[in-house]
Design a binder for this molecule. Structure first.
Ligand code: SAM
Length: 262
């Protein structure tokens, strides 16, 4: 079959990497796994052997038909021909015995951000999310303050999860070979967000504004959404340097600033 570039089809053909990913996910017969984009079933075959129950969501109808032929007889598989960005994730609750799911997926890179945002907006459904990602993207997820990779998406991910880059994967492990290197990353969902904040909407509004023009002083970015004098006085009232940039602030700084404006 001809891989469809428009659907991000880069199949994981390296068998060593397939089993290395599965080992890293610490599967047991108690686990229910949501796989996004099972493709030709390279990872699915291991999941069916090692997990209790597997829900696999594939958008491509041809691949879906192939998966039915290959795995149709497995009782512990729910195979859905659907778009992960449109499927009702809440509707999956209860499948496989009502436990929290692990997500394990070699995802299409063109929708990495919306997939992660969607999964985290239903975070109570999941315990851990294992994804193959473009390496640069994973570095942004895990970056801390004071680094060039730290940005609004790092804050978003680190508010809800503990992200970790587990190992890098050479582009030669995939067919067709992507132009970028990849990695396996884990997002461990936190029981409570990593910092306490009165209004999450305000918290993320301030983070987005702060990183809008990242080389600008934070107070100047902030004055795009609040009156200039209030933006400047907020920093001094909270004991923060007026010359600070968003990339110097940690999540608890953003939480204090958000609470100040709430
Ligand atoms: N899991 C397979 C592997 O590791 O070889 C395939 C991975 S390939 C990178 C991404 C898969 O996601 C493809 O099978 C593609 O058709 C599927 N896909 C793309 N967009 C999707 C979407 N919105 N919802 C569900 N599956 C999608």
């Amino acid at each position: 079959m001809k891989p469809r570039k428009s659907l991000g089809q880069n199949f994981l053909i390296d068998k060593n990497i397939q089993s290395k990913i599965i080992r890293a996910c610490n599967l047991s017969g108690n686990d229910t796994v949501l796989e996004i984009g099972p493709g030709r079933g390279e990872i699915t075959q291991y999941l069916l052997e090692q997990a209790g129950y597997v829900i696999a969501v594939e958008i491509d109808n041809n691949l879906y038909q192939g998966l039915i032929e290959r795995f149709g007889s497995f009782k512990n598989l729910e195979l859905l021909n659907a778009d992960i960005l449109k499927l009702s994730l809440s509707g999956l609750r209860g499948l496989g015995g009502g436990k929290k799911f692990k997500v394990i997926a070699n995802i299409p890179y063109y929708i990495t951000t919306p997939i992660i945002a969607r999964l985290l907006s239903h975070g109570s459904l999941f315990s851990e999310i294992y994804l193959t990602l473009q390496k640069e993207f994973a570095e942004r997820l895990t970056a801390g303050p004071g680094t060039k990779d730290y940005g609004a998406f790092s804050c978003f991910a680190q508010f809800y999860t503990k992200p970790k880059l587990i190992f890098t994967i050479s582009s030669s492990a995939f067919w067709p070979r992507p132009k970028v290197d990849s990695c396996l990353a884990r997002l461990e969902i936190l029981d409570e967000p990593s910092v306490k904040v009165k209004d999450e909407g305000m918290f993320f509004k301030i983070i987005r504004a702060g990183f809008n023009q990242r080389r600008k002083l934070f107070k100047n970015n902030l004055s795009r959404i609040f009156p200039q004098p209030k933006a400047a006085s907020c920093l001094s009232k909270l004991g923060l340097d007026e010359k600070v940039r968003a990339e110097d602030l940690c999540l608890s700084d953003f939480a204090r600033i958000a609470d100040y404006f709430t």
